[in-house]
Design a protein around this ligand. Structure first.
Ligand code: NDP
Length: 521
């Protein structure tokens, strides 16, 4: 394994361009421009022009047109997986199964369901039952998408296709650490546009650069921002969007707990925690980082995870036998090392792993850890896993919820029903029972954070609708012969008295109130 020179994304690079090196070999991979605010605005203007025709198509037409892009991505799956692996440092199998495969499934899912999800919805009215109301989902316009480096394809490009299904155009700002894969996606998009005339190249714009380019997206005239990244940057994005009075969806960090009950299946739990902690070298917002395990099972589970971790193969991520690749972002290693050092200083015991070798951070398991230490509070975004033995489930729940973040949580229990009851008490956007980290791959389910982990959601029917402006249309359905409504002018004591009687009769607890409640009104 090699200790690698810093790449341009480590703040030592060029001002006017991004120079990207492979995290695992240090090889030069390519360059991308650093775009300024004017270039971002120009991209938004091009996207807006193309959106007019795209947004005018029916949802069904958009779904059938977008198929051409899915075909391109699936046909180039190997090439794309290798490109993700090379630029990001994750094992090629993870690049295929975490980035490319779920993206194709997401597209297929919404291709068949978006027409129904976005169809006008009738609202059943209450008192004003002489009216007819329905909701009509219309595109917002141009959606700005700011993405992270850990899922450099599936997150920004996945968000983009959801925005496209909803009839919007998109401007993607990839992380400065992984811009090349976004440019590759754009090249495939342009190819798809040649096969499918309803698609227009300008519907997907890529604006490369650093944080300032991301900030420029928020003030470029886009109609909504979808941001995935850290909590501090997410707050800056929220402020910028508030000043523009545009909505934003924020998918932010997590410090995700797992609760293990005494009757949990040892083998499944150990394998799930192993994968949940070390996939993508722990650089997953959903990574399992702190395990609250019932004391009688603690040593057995820790020992089994340590044993399994010892068998993981780390090295060249392009080798299909490799299970752990290189850390993508050099400063992240220092963050992980600092949390590791703090844990050891407090009395935590390293059961396996420890010091990184250059870009390669070994899977590191710690026990003898107490809740409240840094490792249980701060996102390390590295392959660090802490075991904390607890005496009862109530303590485990209290510790799990004792965090300012609430992205994911996990419960491992012998009885799935008991696991679900525990899950219902955890403050997390998603809690998985006897499973780990992959619910982002289920496009029908919402991906969302509680507390500091985010605002809004992606994926799911609601996530798709949130990419639309919802227009409410109200018509008269019956009593069309009435020349005016009862509460219009003129006002008079007689009308006032009639309404007063009505309020008392309908909602004052009398016979009519009871009848209405009995018939569900
Ligand atoms: P950052 O917050 O550092 O960056 C995210 C994106 O924001 C990058 O494209 C970055 O550009 C850009 N950016 C930086 N400054 C600004 C600004 N002022 N205005 C607008 N955009 C800006 O996050 P990371 O890329 O380091 O990603 C890791 C974080 O993302 C972790 O905390 C992780 O938990 C979280 N994450 C959350 C997920 C979720 O779904 N909840 C999923 C994946 C990751 P540049 O890179 O050029 O600086």
């Amino acid at each position: 394994m090699v200790a690698l020179a810093q790449t341009s994304n480590d703040a030592t690079g060029f001002i006017d361009k991004l120079v990207i090196h492979s995290p695992s070999t240090g090889d030069l991979l390519g360059e991308a421009p650093v775009m300024d605010a004017d270039e971002v605005k120009a991209a938004v203007a091009r996207a807006r022009k193309a959106q007019a025709a795209w947004g005018a198509l029916s949802v069904k037409e958009r779904c059938s047109a977008l198929r051409a892009f899915r075909h391109k991505v699936a046909q180039h799956a190997d090439d794309l997986a290798r490109a993700v692996s090379t630029e990001n440092g994750k094992p090629v199998q993870e690049a295929l199964t975490h980035d490319i495969l779920p993206f194709c499934d997401l597209m297929a899912y919404f291709e068949s369901r978006a027409p129904k999800i976005l169809a006008p919805q009738t609202i059943s009215l209450h008192l004003m039952m002489q009216r007819r109301s329905y909701l009509h989902c219309i595109p917002r316009g141009v959606i700005g998408i700011i993405g992270p480096w850990n899922f450099p394809f599936s997150i920004p490009v996945g968000d983009a296709v959801m925005a496209l299904f909803a009839g919007n155009a998109t401007v993607i700002k990839p992380s400065e650490v992984t811009p090349l894969i976004a440019l590759k996606a754009k090249a495939l998009w342009d190819e798809a546009c040649k096969d499918e005339p309803r698609l227009h190249p300008d519907l997907m714009q890529i604006v490369t650069g650093r944080g300032l380019t991301g900030a420029a997206v928020c003030t470029s005239g886009v109609n909504q921002v979808m941001f995935t990244g850290s909590v501090p940057t997410g707050k800056k994005v929220a402020v910028a969007c508030a000043e523009q009075l545009i909505p934003c969806v924020l998918e932010l960090g997590g410090i995700n707990p797992a609760i293990v009950t005494a009757d949990a299946d040892l083998e499944r739990t150990a394998h799930a925690i192993l994968w949940g902690a070390f996939a993508n070298s722990g650089q997953v917002c959903a990574s399992i980082s702190r395990v609250y395990v019932a004391r009688p099972l603690a040593e057995k589970l820790t020992a089994r995870v340590v044993e399994l971790a010892g068998g993981l193969v780390q090295g060249d991520p392009l080798d299909p036998d490799i299970e752990l690749g290189a850390m993508t972002f050099l400063p992240q290693i220092a963050i992980g090392e600092a949390i590791l050092a703090d844990t050891i200083a407090q009395g935590g015991r390293v059961r396996c792993g420890g010091t990184p070798n250059g870009r390669f951070f070994p899977p590191t398991v710690l026990d003898n850890v107490e809740h409240g230490w840094k490792i249980t509070q701060d996102e390390s975004f590295s392959p660090l896993l802490a075991f904390i033995a607890v005496d009862d489930v109530e303590t485990a729940i209290r510790y799990a919820n004792d965090s300012d973040k609430g992205l994911m949580a996990y419960v491992f229990a012998g009885d799935e029903e008991q696991g679900a009851r525990i899950a219902e008490r955890l403050e997390a956007g998603t809690t998985m029972v006897n499973n780990a980290i992959d619910s982002h791959g289920a496009p029908g389910t919402p991906w969302q954070g509680m507390k500091q982990s985010g605002l809004g959601q992606v994926h799911s029917a609601q996530g798709l609708r949130d990419l639309c402006q919802v227009r409410h249309v109200q018509t008269r359905s019956w009593l069309p012969w009435m020349s005016k409504e009862l509460w219009w002018y003129p006002y008079s004591p007689k009308v006032y008295g009639a309404f007063l009687k009505g309020v008392k009769a309908l909602w004052g607890g009398g016979v009519l109130d009871r009848v209405l409640r009995a018939v569900g009104k």
